[in-house]
Design a protein around this ligand. Structure first.
Ligand SMILES: [Zn+2]
Ligand SMILES: [Zn+2]
Length: 327
């Protein structure tokens, strides 16, 4: 039996007339590709590329329009087209060199962990919601711990330093990172679905994982966008991190390690400088624009200078550790 027939036969007992448009397209994709491993691998790769660049492009446009500067968190730092291009090249390199080779294991791994892949019908939103909540919670906690570990001297110097190249990040820089970092932090994204699937065989559908990856990419890219709008999600959900939270991590270096939520940084005391900075910024409200701008500029410069000192200290410690090891 060839691959196409094998794929067609998995739908032998499926009543296509009872399926929604999306479900019919889902099955049609697996039938068209004719090989489930290839179909899942290719869909995963394309989803990632389309969402990553699709979500980054609006931020590139916003960066080019001066009107939006009023909401830029570090208004003195607009990424140049060269910087954005350099960043795109590095991101594409890791997508093709790291992610593409690994992605072919995704289908076998999903099946091994009891995830549904080609099966239709797709899950309902009601079924998806608690699973998505768990993925968000797991990723955020995993990322908080792994990210703090990545700030430890040698790990920082050799791995995470690359991601900190931009003290004022922009959307495209979300995945600007060392391949080892992409792999380590990627475990947080995929770990939640794998644990859930292993504990609940044949419940989780890969379509839910795709929706999760889409939401997670939106979260990561928006957190790196550098803009905090009056309509940003953190204005409506107070524990949502958003760009306001993560931009400060890039600027100040020592605070705000989590991704989606603010609670771990708050509970574990890694947001104290951030909160004092926010307090000082809030005190500027109502002051004359020229005064506000001058104080804001001085504050930004102070936080960034402290960040540079903190980073140099981490690298100095790493050099110390390496010297001791070499001796
Ligand atoms: Zn960091
Ligand atoms: Zn970042």
């Amino acid at each position: 039996m060839n691959a196409v027939n094998a794929t067609t036969s998995i739908y032998d007992s499926t009543d296509f007339a009872s399926l929604s448009y999306l479900e019919q397209k889902w099955a049609a994709w697996y039938i068209y590709i004719g090989n489930p491993i290839l179909a899942t691998g290719l869909a995963s790769f394309l989803l990632h590329e389309i969402v990553y660049f699709g979500r980054s492009i609006p931020w590139i446009i916003i960066d080019a329009i001066p009107y939006f500067r009023r909401w830029k968190l570090q208004p003195n730092k607009i990424p140049s087209p060269q910087e954005q291009w350099e960043c795109t090249k590095q991101v594409l390199f890791s997508h093709f060199m790291v992610e593409l080779p690994v992605i072919w294991f995704f289908h076998p791994m999903a099946e091994m962990f009891g995830m549904r892949t080609y099966e239709v019908p797709l899950p309902t939103f009601r079924e998806m919601l608690p699973q998505l909540a768990w993925f968000f919670f797991f990723e955020d906690l995993f990322h908080y711990l792994a990210h703090r570990a990545l700030h430890y001297g040698p790990l920082y110097k050799h791995i995470h330093k690359l991601h900190h190249k931009y003290s004022a990040p922009f959307g495209l820089a979300a995945e600007y990172a060392h391949p080892a970092e992409v792999a380590i932090l990627g475990l947080g994204t995929i770990g939640g679905p794998l644990i859930f699937a292993a504990l609940n065989p044949h419940v989780l559908h890969i379509a839910t994982v795709y929706l999760w990856i889409t939401l997670r990419l939106f979260q990561a890219i928006d957190a790196h966008s550098g803009y905090d709008f009056p309509w940003s999600l953190n204005k409506f959900i107070p524990f949502w991190s958003g760009a306001d939270h993560h931009d400060f991590h890039h600027m100040a270096f020592t605070n705000n390690f989590a991704t989606s939520f603010r609670w771990w940084d708050r509970m574990l005391g890694t947001d104290t400088s951030y909160r004092s900075y926010r307090k000082k910024m809030a005190a500027l409200k109502g002051k004359a624009k020229s005064e506000r701008d001058a104080v804001e500029k001085a504050l930004l410069a102070e936080v960034e200078a402290q960040g540079l000192i903190a980073e140099a200290e981490v690298v100095r410690k790493a050099d110390g550790v390496e010297k001791v090891k070499a001796a």
